[in-house]
Design a binder for this molecule. Structure first.
Ligand code: GTP
Ligand code: MG
Length: 361
């Protein structure tokens, strides 16, 4: 899974990226590159606890990839702040983090001159809609030509009617993430990956002075941009980068002072899991303990397929224990005694935190 970090120049994207990835980016090199990328371990205290209990040779966290994009170009030009390279790459992201500048600092240039969270969030919404509209209009032209050729008529007509629905939605200034997609048109969403359909995290890079008002600001923005597919996440890029480099004890003291909970990585991953409907299951043993990411609602067989395609094809049963039960009882034997150890078939819907052992042929 890939999450793209985007936003206006100097909003704090690379600072956030460095906190998340713990990679140091040389600012002179960073400005010349299109993007920075890092594969990051998904933190999970449950996996840490299981690892303590099993003492395996290896602990393997699920991972997630973050891509730190260069700032938007030509920011004064409405409908044109994304270049082609940006569009191509951003469309492949599973979710977007929009870093919005909320800090005042005269030493850092501000491309729009003033701090205004609402304006910046709205601008990006507008740009997404305009970029998708440009795509849809070109697509409709092409489909109309195809229709005259009378080739694959049914398929062309089906797509054309869906593209017209997208166009009308976008012309009403509504992002595509707000409309429903039936199974028979989901493939267009998958093929074209419109930006305004992507789950969005609005990451407010707030000013140090906003620490006491943090929750109010978040509430104000999330009320203005209400959607099932938008979450507002606050952070303090500069402070949190410095904090991330401190020792654990010191870190906790400072974080309490700032009223911060968890790391920016924790906050973003939690939001991403919520937005994308993701959850984790675990596999345990003497060799390794490991966390895996799946979509909510996935069956035991589908989840087995995430471990290995062979496990999907040759699935027999899954041995299942809920994480809480395992921690409560402390061993497989005790779980068996209490009836917490279950054998489930391929249609079993996996729960968040299930410990699975796949039996296969
Ligand atoms: N005072 C203050 N400065 C910040 C904060 N976040 C970032 N900066 C500074 O702002 C400058 C730009 O930060 P970056 O993280 O490089 O911004 P960016 O969004 O990656 O910028 P581009 O990649 O050029 O688009 C750096 O000098 C940072 O130290 C913040 O929360 N407070
Ligand atoms: Mg940057």
């Amino acid at each position: 899974m890939q999450i793209g970090i985007i936003g206006y120049p100097y909003s704090g994207k690379t600072t956030l990226f460095q906190t998340i990835s713990q990679i140091h980016i040389d600012p002179n090199i960073a400005s010349k590159k299109d993007s920075n990328q890092a594969v990051v371990k998904v933190p999970d205290t449950r996996l840490d606890k299981l690892t303590d209990m099993f003492n395996p040779k290896k602990k393997v966290n699920a991972t997630i990839e973050f891509v730190d994009f260069a700032g938007f170009q030509n920011v004064e030009q409405k409908g044109g702040i994304f270049n082609t390279a940006f569009l191509v790459k951003a469309r492949t992201m599973d979710a977007i983090v929009h870093v919005v500048r909320g800090f005042a600092d005269d030493t850092v240039p501000h491309v729009l001159n003033t701090v205004n969270l609402e304006r910046d969030v709205q601008n990006l919404e507008d740009e997404f809609v305009l970029a998708d509209l440009a795509f849809v209009e070109t697509r409709i032209e092409k489909l109309e030509k195809d229709l005259q050729k009378q080739k694959n008529k049914d398929e062309v007509e089906k797509e054309l009617s869906e593209m017209i629905r997208w166009k009308e939605t976008l012309e009403g200034n509504v992002p595509l993430r707000e409309i429903e997609f039936d199974d028979n048109v989901k493939k267009f969403l998958k093929n074209y990956q419109p930006l305004s359909a992507k789950p969005l995290m609005v990451a407010l890079n707030l000013d140090e002075n906003d620490v006491p008002n943090k929750d109010k600001i978040v509430q104000r923005i999330s009320e203005k941009f209400t959607s099932k597919k938008i979450l507002t996440v606050p952070f303090f890029a500069k402070i949190e980068l410095e904090l991330s480099q401190l020792e654990e004890e010191e870190k906790e003291i400072f974080m309490a002072d700032y009223g911060l909970e968890g790391s920016p990585l924790n906050r973003l991953i939690q939001s991403a899991y919520n937005l994308l409907g993701l959850q984790s299951f675990f596999t345990v043993g003497e060799d390794e303990t490991r966390s895996w990411t799946i979509r909510k609602g996935m069956t035991a067989q589908e989840s087995a397929g995430v471990i290995h395609t062979d496990f999907f094809n040759k699935f027999i049963r899954a041995e299942v224990i809920g994480y809480d039960h395992f921690i409560e009882e402390g061993s497989f034997a005790k779980c068996k005694e209490k009836g917490y150890f279950r054998l489930e078939g391929k249609e079993y819907i996996v729960n968040d935190g299930d410990i699975l052992n796949i039996r296969h042929s």
